[in-house]
Design a protein. Sequence first.
Length: 134
Amino acid sequence: ELQNVTLYRAQLSRSKLQGAALHYAKGEEVLLDGVQADYADFSFANLPYSWLRRASLKNAIFHGANLYSAHLERSDLTEADLRSSKLGHSNLNNSKLDKALLDKAFLEYADLRGADMNYTQFGTAFLDNAKLDK
């Protein structure tokens, strides 16, 4: 369990964190490219400006997490719980968001172009100025 851990500029690329408890983790510019964190719990984590490109985050929980301006390009967030998360200015280009929960998420200015969003539940997500495919 890594809850409440501080990860400021930590380099955890390609780590295996499946099912890890990382709720309330804190850190900016955390490098998590290629991480395998299916079923991990990042609830209320504060990870702005972090790098999670090509990460496997299936069924991960990011409820209430701060991922402001995070890089999530080509990541697999299938069935992830992103409710009430802060994803403003984040890059989700070509990511998989199939069946993800995004109710009450803040996605203003987020880049969602090329993302797979089959059965994604946006509910009352805030999408002002988000970049979406036409």
